[in-house]
Design a protein around this ligand. Sequence first.
Ligand SMILES: *[C@@H]1O[C@H](CO)[C@@H](O)[C@H](O)[C@H]1NC(C)=O
Ligand SMILES: *[C@@H]1O[C@H](CO)[C@@H](O)[C@H](O)[C@H]1NC(C)=O
Ligand SMILES: *[C@@H]1O[C@H](CO)[C@@H](O)[C@H](O)[C@H]1NC(C)=O
Ligand SMILES: *[C@@H]1O[C@H](CO)[C@@H](O)[C@H](O)[C@H]1NC(C)=O
Ligand SMILES: *[C@@H]1O[C@H](CO)[C@@H](O)[C@H](O)[C@H]1NC(C)=O
Ligand SMILES: *[C@@H]1O[C@H](CO)[C@@H](O)[C@H](O)[C@H]1NC(C)=O
Ligand SMILES: CC(=O)N[C@H]1CO[C@H](CO)[C@@H](O)[C@@H]1O
Length: 219
Amino acid sequence: MLAFKISGYLFLICLLFLFRFSSSVNYLYRICPNTTTYSPNSTYRSNLNQLFLALSSNATRDNGFYSYTVGRGPPDRIEGLFLCRGDVTPDVCEECVRNATTDILQRCPKEKEAVIWYDECMLRYSNISIFSRSEQNIRLIMRNTQNITGQPDRFRTVLAATLNELATEAANNLPGKKFATRQANFTAFQTLYTLAQCTPDLSSGQCNTCLQDCISNFP
Ligand SMILES: *[C@@H]1O[C@H](CO)[C@@H](O)[C@H](O)[C@H]1NC(C)=O
Ligand SMILES: *[C@@H]1O[C@H](CO)[C@@H](O)[C@H](O)[C@H]1NC(C)=O
Ligand SMILES: *[C@@H]1O[C@H](CO)[C@@H](O)[C@H](O)[C@H]1NC(C)=O
Ligand SMILES: *[C@@H]1O[C@H](CO)[C@@H](O)[C@H](O)[C@H]1NC(C)=O
Ligand SMILES: *[C@@H]1O[C@H](CO)[C@@H](O)[C@H](O)[C@H]1NC(C)=O
Ligand SMILES: *[C@@H]1O[C@H](CO)[C@@H](O)[C@H](O)[C@H]1NC(C)=O
Ligand SMILES: CC(=O)N[C@H]1CO[C@H](CO)[C@@H](O)[C@@H]1O
């Protein structure tokens, strides 16, 4: 089960796994409404290429995060960012971001606004400001359809306790990265794995609010 939420500049990932992470670049989902589009040879498209160059050339940064703006003003101004999962190496981060910049143009060939998620990173861009506004809501919830075997109440208790500790830890992590993972023994045979991450530019308070909002979506 995993959930993503973006509220403007607030970005958050909550991942909840009963199984271990995979290790290759793994596509999850993309959102790019076709209501706003640009034409193939437009300035918007060439600005997008510039944005992708700036983002991929910064993909080995220690905190796995970079944001960049191309264009002076509307209609061709683009804000973009990527965030790599906090536990991937700079090499994997770079591979994921590079791949994302080509992949997204295949999956969203003419849309001005797009967001794409992989297990290892996410990439987002828009012609409207995504760095400072919070009215826009993009939310992705993916769930494992298998049920917990037995003790659903205990599972919810363990889950809630683990996620609350997790959120506190991620929000108060060292400045460079707002990332944390936690494990809990649900039964002797089932381990609960949890992961949370905010973009590192958020304050601890913003990150915690965002994570708590995400946690409240889990039943
Ligand atoms: C936009 O997407 C919708 C739903 O996928 C589709 O029905 C519609 O034709 C698309 N519009 C354009 C302009 O591509
Ligand atoms: C973004 O693009 C849409 C669709 O072309 C347009 O309606 C909107 O005004 C643009 N916003 C800005 C800030 O340029
Ligand atoms: C875009 O530019 C290329 C090369 O300059 C040209 O071959 C192509 O026809 C153009 N496409 C459009 C839709 O204008
Ligand atoms: C990051 O991107 C900026 C803007 O394109 C560029 O000037 C800078 O050299 C890049 N940083 C690295 C380490 O490549
Ligand atoms: C999980 O439990 C629900 C409610 O008891 C049931 O409707 C559903 O079919 C179960 N799903 C699976 C995959 O067993
Ligand atoms: C889970 O169980 C193992 C073995 O029983 C134990 O070593 C470990 O400390 C437990 N982990 C937690 C988080 O309680
Ligand atoms: C390593 C990796 O995941 N490569 C992917 C990059 O993106 C293309 C699609 O554009 C995929 O086909 C590759 O598998």
